[in-house]
Ligand binder design. Structure first.
Ligand code: ADP
Ligand code: MG
Ligand code: ZN
Length: 615
């Protein structure tokens, strides 16, 4: 678009010249005719009688043409002279006529005529030209302004501090992130304090973390806390069809921000424009230009002026390294999944919005929802409120919250799906198998709840395990026990029904994944040792892995994975065989009641109902 700018400017001047010429010609030819005082042809008798009536003003005699006016000199007449009328001049004189020349082009008001002749014709062109020019600038300067030119050309929304209303207090947990961000807010409010020591403001801060952890929310809170202008734009808004348009938008955004400094720019989902430039494909010129522009702009602005760029992404590893170097996004703010206390706090923040029973305890809910993000926790609270309405209550209870955790994790109860008796029995044994294996291995987390009510997610039943605290390190034993627990469902089926079903496919997938990770990522196998064959590429989005090893190693690894899982499968079988009485007892209970809580489960497990079973 930039190339278009010049040629479009030249013609504009050219048009002006043409217009001036046209008006000049018009002024010389057409307009004089228009303004000519209308001349009335009359016969000679009229001239004579007007003379005798003393109703005669100026008289001009030119050859045999007489032009004359009335006394008031308002109307102009013309007549043809009679050559024999010799006393004409004397007679006119006697009756008060003045012999002088008459200007038929007489223009009564010079100013008006200039106005009419020169300024007025220009006016429409000036107006059109003005708008044309403005639009042209918008089109070149960046996009949206062309038609909907209200929010500025870059399309960035500008927040006035009070308009979002979200404060840091609305963001629960994420204390480190809040601390780092409030420092930036503080700097913008009182830069002098920092300048005295010689500290400079970080130019940019990058919020990274899994989806739904509150990155966008944090940025909005910054807008709410800082009493400075806040520009918010999504990375995707820079993505344009035409090469150069996105770059123009970036340029425009920074120009606006520079005028409003001190201020904050927030670019959400920056990975859409900040992807690594790979050079393999000549393909995406537009994206690269946009990124280059962003890099240039971030270098270009003066940090001391007080423009801070915030950005959010859940794919930091796909970002271009140039974007991450100090001087651009030199501060990286991790926004991780909340820990137990964080989950409790988030639940509390969102619970303020709904009506709750007084005795609600958030701790067990937060424990159940291990691994849930802030967005999911917000969803859980809302589901609880919806459930309360559905059952006609005025407020949500503990059960509502508990049930909604399961809804968010496993989907709604599927009331319409009726399991056959045989199926129900198999599912009961399968789930009990998982729980029993988990409970009998010392390192495994206790079971919170087992149900065999089908869910909309497709699960026919599930075992809800609860970690007592937050785990950041897992020992090899814990991982092995976890694999054993995954195989426990299938093991119970084998043991009791001597046949196997399709119900274990998800278990198998999970167990295999874990076993493979132990070997290829965690260095937990004897054969390979301290070598990583796989690297995780998408840490925050499910964690894709890319394999890098020889085909021989790969084949060996597959064999090892199979062995490892099988070993744990045998272990699970052994545990269940040793406790077959309990397995029957628990499965029977589950079959009858469809749901069993962790407490009930442990009670049954620990009571010595069947004498031959120890443990
Ligand atoms: P993302 O990290 O993907 O940008 P958002 O900021 O859009 O996630 O969060 C989505 C929603 O989840 C928020 O609107 C809010 O309701 C809820 N949420 C997420 N994290 C938190 C938190 N730490 N405290 C309170 N609410 C949160
Ligand atoms: Mg977001
Ligand atoms: Zn299972």
């Amino acid at each position: 678009m930039q190339e278009l700018k010049k040629p479009s400017k030249k013609p504009l001047i050219f048009y002006y010249v043409v217009i001036v010429l046209v008006i000049m010609v018009l002024n010389m030819t057409l307009f004089p005719v228009m303004w000519e005082t209308p001349v009335q042809e009359v016969d000679y008798t009229t001239f004579m009688s007007m003379t005798y009536d003393n109703d005669i003003g100026l008289v001009q005699i030119e050859g045999n043409e007489i032009t004359f006016t009335d006394k008031a000199q308002e109307k102009v007449y013309q007549t043809t002279a009679i050559s024999s009328d010799l006393g004409l001049v004397d007679r006119v004189y006697e009756h008060g006529g003045q012999l002088s020349s008459i200007d038929t082009n007489s223009q009564p008001n010079l100013l008006l005529s200039i106005l009419l002749g020169w300024v007025l014709p220009f006016l429409p062109f000036l107006v059109i030209g003005y708008f044309l020019n403005k639009r042209m600038k918008n089109a070149v300067g960046g996009g949206d302004g062309m038609m909907f030119g209200m929010s500025g050309n870059s399309g960035a929304k500008m927040y006035v501090p009070s308009s979002t209303g979200i404060r840091f207090s609305d963001v629960a947990g994420e204390d480190e992130a809040k601390e780092l961000l409030s420092e930036i807010v503080d700097f913008l409010h009182d830069p002098e304090k920092y300048r005295q020591i010689g500290a400079t403001l970080p130019k940019g801060a990058l919020l990274v973390g899994p989806p739904g952890t509150g990155k966008t929310l944090l940025a909005k809170a910054v807008a709410g806390e800082a009493n400075v202008p806040f520009f918010s734009i999504a990375g995707s808004e820079f993505v344009e069809m035409f090469v150069g348009r996105g770059a123009a938008k970036v340029r425009d955004l920074f120009k606006q921000a520079n005028e409003k400094a001190p201020c904050i720019i927030f670019i959400d989902e920056i990975d859409t424009i900040g992807k690594k430039r790979d050079g393999q494909f000549a393909g995406n010129d537009e994206r690269e230009q946009t990124l280059n522009q962003l890099l240039t702009e971030m270098d270009g602005f003066d940090g001391s002026k007080g423009v801070v760029v915030l950005a959010a992404t859940n794919r930091p590893d796909s970002l271009d390294p140039a974007l991450l170097r100090p001087g651009r996004f030199d501060r990286r703010i991790p926004v991780e999944l909340p820990d137990l206390q964080g989950r409790i706090d988030i639940l509390k923040v969102h619970a303020k919005k709904i009506r709750l029973a007084e005795n609600v305890d958030f701790t067990p809910i937060a424990k159940m929802a291990a691994g849930a993000s802030g967005a999911e926790l917000a969803n859980i609270v809302n589901e609880a409120a919806l459930r309360a309405v559905r059952s006609g209550r005025q407020y949500a209870t503990q059960e509502d919250l508990q049930e909604s955790v399961e809804v968010v994790i496993a989907g709604y109860q599927k009331k319409s799906r009726v399991l056959s008796d045989e199926e129900k029995k198999i599912v009961a044994y399968h789930e009990t198998g998982h729980a029993l294996v988990a409970a009998l291995q010392t390192h495994s987390a206790p079971v919170q709840k087992i149900t065999i009510i089908p869910r909309t997610s497709g699960a026919l039943g599930y075992t809800l395990q609860v970690d007592d605290g937050d785990h950041f390190l897992m020992s090899k034993e814990e991982l092995l026990n976890k694999i054993a627990t995954y195989t426990g469902g299938r093991a119970a089926e084998e043991l009791v029904f001597h046949s196997i079903t399709t119900g274990a496919s998800n278990d198998i997938e999970q167990a295999t994944k874990l076993a493979r990770a132990m070997i290829s990522q965690y260095g937990m196998s004897d054969e390979f040792g301290f070598v990583a064959f796989e690297t995780v590429t998408n840490q925050y989005l499910g964690g894709d892995v890319s394999l890098s090893c020889s085909p021989e190693t790969q084949a060996l690894m597959d064999k090892k994975v199979t062995e490892l899982v099988e070993e744990q499968h045998q272990k699970a079988l052994k545990i269940l065989q040793d406790n077959e009485g309990k397995l029957h007892e628990l499965a029977e209970y589950l079959y009858q009641h469809e749901t069993i809580t962790g407490q009930e489960f442990m009670d049954i497990l620990e009571r010595k109902s069947l004498p031959e079973q120890g443990k």
